[in-house]
Design a protein around this ligand. Structure first.
Ligand code: 5GP
Length: 201
């Protein structure tokens, strides 16, 4: 059986990866979303086990010690990590898994899982990026400048990924990611069984 695809989608803050990933999950019903664990507090409307597993710093440290994470990183003062168990289980069953994680986390997964599919989302322009960061509200000029500059630095890291998708409209970005998925499924190294089935008497 063909193993599932490990899809890793990330991008600088303000590139709209959350919206793109939500739409992707709506359109591809077989795609499994890996729910991360985090030490940050739930926001209004968030439920434990749906958006995240909300755990304490002590629990998080315990999970690190027990090697329960595929990767983890500190993002804006909170810890975030991808629980490995469910990801492996789904991939082994031939199901595709989506990780929506930050850039440091994605770079760590790249080292461990070179067979993953790494997609970097870019904002259409710096002006649009600035509007999106401002649109998140209540940013002081200092916080805005810090986020905007760090977003620009993060964009440069995107060159380490395999695929880049411009998030001009959500629809177009989702279509491009679907095309990437289709192409990845056709890769020779993911389909060796097809050759064997045909050539083995
Ligand atoms: P938020 O707190 O706004 O939901 O997420 C903050 C950042 O953490 C986002 O960039 C999100 O992609 C990232 N993130 C969410 N889950 C994980 C994870 O499991 N690992 C890593 N490395 N980053 C994550």
């Amino acid at each position: 059986m063909q193993k599932g695809l490990l899809l890793v989608v990330s991008g600088a803050s303000g590139t709209g990866k959350g919206t793109v990933c939500k739409r992707l999950l709506m359109e591809i019903s077989t795609l499994f979303y890996s729910i991360s664990a985090t030490t940050r507090q739930p926001r209004t409307g968030e439920t434990d086990g749906v958006e995240y597993f909300f755990i304490t710093v002590e629990q998080f440290q315990q999970w690190i010690a027990e090697e329960k994470f595929l990767e983890y990183a500190e993002v804006y003062g909170n810890l975030y990590g991808t629980p490995i168990h469910k990801v492996e289980e789904r991939l082994n069953r031939g199901e595709d898994v989506l990780l929506e994680i930050d850039i440091q986390g994605a770079l760590n997964v790249m080292k461990k899982r070179p067979d993953g599919v790494y997609i970097f989302l870019l904002p259409p322009s710096l002006e649009e990026l600035s509007n999106r960061i401002k649109g998140r509200g209540s940013e002081s000029p200092e916080t805005f400048a810090r986020r905007f500059n760090s977003a620009k630095n993060e964009i440069a890291i995107g060159k380490k990924y395999q695929y880049v998708v411009l998030n001009d409209t959500v629809e177009a970005a989702v279509e491009q990611i679907k095309s990437i998925i289709a192409a990845e499924r056709c890769k020779v190294n993911r389909n060796e069984n097809l050759f064997e089935n045909l050539l083995t008497p």
